[in-house]
Design a protein around this ligand. Structure first.
Ligand code: COA
Ligand code: AMP
Length: 624
């Protein structure tokens, strides 16, 4: 089999192609029909099939004789804990927690929010929801109470599952007060909460609403997986859009299982028994797909790591985990290795460990900058494989298809479209742009299985954000080009989404927070280049006439407001007071030019600018 014939078949005969791939998972009712178009311009994969995602991930592996194989290894340098679960043990834990949720009244179609640190119970909670057909919505633990409240209002959960605390290097962050505050702020009130008490902090419980995880587990009866339709939602995962309101990406059960199982071979060349480590967080899509679901679908051992690439305790942390657990495939964001390289430029730490189990290193989440690629290549001598994807797609849109045919890599390129993705570089009208020229990267519909099927509670937004911008295409929001050999180069977002340390954030959302300060007349937030985090937000603010606040004090207040409303994860640390904002004559803020000035790049003075002198003034202020 070669990549070209596989790719062509996926585009020319998608139903035949995906029927074949659907044969790789265990269904309750296997698909008869493969695709059904819907009137939202998209459609459903496997419309008449049924399955259970936790059965595919767990019970199917036990039935296949992998019951005694490790399914999940938990490695937590921040607490000094390591433990593992075999497939049989993980199945039992999940079945029991599913029983606990069911006993509290959670059933098929109910939403459950999971706000947890990187502990096995987070994965158990996700799989338990899947087992009873409930829809989980994991909220990243680094988000503040307000962000959690926004998601509670949108998702309308029946329950919230949390832990008493998370641990950030040496800092203990109490989660329960954040959950209490979020529920207080939200207009929707969940029926109950489940709290996993960690030894570091004992959370205060609210009588009648909060249940201790261990108490529920002590009396729970394990339950069998319930059949759900392939088209039923498995989860909602909120991601930043261009407005202040995050979008709830909805993923179905059937397409997700088929696509992720296929991706494990195609993208990662993973086999049952391999040890797969995605060094990310369950709160992000990488964590959903490649810490929890895909490695289990493929019968691998997955690693759940509660630590950082550095400072837990040093820049050898990743290599230590690889050696200790015989990791075969490692996946993380480039920023993690930029942090390692900064602290250990000559990779001295690497020489302390035996990483011979490792076959390849995978990177995604942001552009893989050539210096990071070169450093990794030089010091590990391993294939360093860039792949491009998004929360919306759930698996790689572009990759080096090493499970089928290994292609020569080109630094800066995520290689070729994954089979199923008809990727095209187009202008705003949908016409092709020639090789080498930049345009919008779009995917001709239909999207393959595993991609978002709608935006939670707002199908109109799904259409307007992704499908209507260029009719017949899914618009990715990323710009880039295809070279003469067909390699795809993703150069960055064309909207107001920024990528801070591999975390996707909305500058629009930060602007809403900054603008709510009583002294601010107007503001804009752009993503400025940062050596380690890729991008960091930079605010430019205009103070109201008559406001007398000291500028340093104002900056401190704005930084605190963004921390309080969005979370420390936003890394909003700079707000510069300016006299005016550069605008077009029609009043549109010239964000691109501001970004170029902040990055010290050459910029062309736009012909539409109302007052060119302002650019030099801002440049001057940023230099100070
Ligand atoms: N809960 C609570 N707070 C969190 C958090 C969590 N789960 N994750 C991060 N934070 C906080 C941090 O403590 C920090 O707070 P501070 O400003 O008070 O110090 C802030 O959010 C920023 O965190 P982070 O971006 O992680 O910066 P850092 O300087 O601590 O670490 C890196 C830098 C590069 C080591 C780190 O960002 C990293 O490991 N990145 C990889 C990201 C990744 O895996 N992305 C997933 C895509 S594959
Ligand atoms: P998220 O939805 O958080 O996974 O972020 C998705 C965004 O990250 C994409 O739209 C891109 O802007 C960026 N991204 C992800 N992977 C890559 C990659 N390999 N190269 C360049 N950008 C990437």
């Amino acid at each position: 089999m070669n990549y070209n014939s596989e790719f062509r078949r996926s585009i020319d005969k998608p139903e035949e192609f995906w029927r074949e791939k659907a044969g790789d998972i265990e269904w309750i009712q296997p698909p008869g029909a493969i695709w059904k178009a819907t009137d939202n311009g998209h459609g459903h994969w496997f419309p008449d099939a049924t399955l259970n995602t936790s059965d595919v991930a767990l019970d199917a592996n036990v039935r296949a004789g992998r019951g005694n194989q490790k399914a999940l290894i938990y490695d937590s340098p921040v607490t000094g804990t390591k433990c593992s679960y075999t497939y049989t043990e993980l199945t039992n834990e999940v079945a029991r927690f599913a029983g606990a949720l069911a006993a509290q009244g959670v059933s098929k179609g109910d939403v459950v929010i999971i706000y947890m640190p990187m502990i096995p119970e987070a994965a158990i909670a996700m799989l338990a929801c899947a087992r009873i057909g409930a829809i989980h919505s994991v909220v990243f633990g680094g988000f503040a109470a307000h962000e959690l409240a926004v998601r509670i209002n949108d998702a309308q959960p029946k329950a919230v599952i949390t832990a008493s605390c998370g641990i950030e290097v040496a800092k203990v962050i109490e989660y329960k007060p954040l959950v209490d505050k979020a529920i207080e702020q939200a207009s929707h009130k969940p029926d109950f909460c489940v709290v996993y008490q960690r030894p570091q902090v004992k959370a205060q419980m609210q009588d009648g609403r909060d249940h201790d995880w261990s108490d529920l587990m002590a009396t729970a009866e394990p339950v069998e997986p319930v059949p759900v339709k392939a088209t039923d939602p498995l989860y909602v995962l909120y991601t930043s859009g261009t407005t202040g309101k995050p979008k709830g990406v909805v993923r179905d059960n059937g397409g997700h299982a088929v696509a992720l199982k296929y991706s494990m071979k195609l993208v990662y060349d993973a086999n049952p028994g391999d040890v797969f480590w995605a060094a990310s967080d369950v709160g992000w899509v990488v964590g959903h797909s490649y810490i929890v679901y895909a490695p289990l679908f493929a019968g691998c051992t997955t690693i759940l790591y509660e630590g950082k690439p550095v400072r837990t305790p040093d820049a050898g942390a990743f290599w230590r985990v690889v050696q200790e657990h015989n990791v075969n495939l490692l996946f993380t964001a480039p920023t993690a290795f930029r942090a390692v390289r900064k602290e250990d430029p000559e990779a001295d730490q690497l020489s302390r460990y035996d990483i011979s189990s490792l076959r390849s290193i995978y990177l995604a989440g942001e552009r893989l900058d050539p210096p990071t690629y070169d450093w990794l290549r030089e010091h590990t001598q391993l294939p360093i494989l860039d792949h491009w994807w998004q929360t919306e797609t759930g698996w790689a849109i572009c990759c080096n298809p090493v499970g089928i045919e290994t292609m020569p890599t080109k630094p800066g390129s995520a290689t070729f479209p994954s089979p199923g993705y008809n990727v095209q570089v187009v202008d705003t009208r949908g016409s092709h742009v020639p090789a080498g020229e930049q345009g919008q990267i779009a995917v001709k519909l239909p999207l393959p299985p595993g991609c978002l099927v709608t935006v939670w509670g707002d199908d109109q937004r799904f259409q307007s954000s992704y499908l209507n911008l260029i009719p017949g295409f899914y618009t990715s929001g990323d710009g880039g080009y295809v070279d003469e050999d067909g390699y795809i180069f993703v150069m960055g977002r064309t909207d107001d989404v920024i990528n801070v340390a591999g975390h996707r954030l909305s500058t629009g959302e930060m602007e809403e927070v900054v603008a709510s300060h009583p002294a601010i007349a107007e503001c804009c937030v752009v993503g400025a280049q940062d050596d380690m985090k890729g991008q960091i937000p930079l605010g430019l603010v205009l103070v109201k006439d008559g406001a007398t606040i000291d500028h340093d004090e104002l900056e401190e207040e704005l930084v605190e407001m963004v921390r309080e409303k969005i979370g420390a994860i936003a890394c909003f640390r700079r707000a510069l007071v300016v006299d005016r904002l550069p605008k077009t004559r029609s009043g549109k803020i010239l964000r691109r030019v501001i970004r170029q000035i902040a990055d010290g790049e050459e910029y062309a003075i736009p012909s539409t600018i109302d007052d060119p002198a302002i650019l030099e003034e801002i440049s001057e202020q940023l230099r100070r």
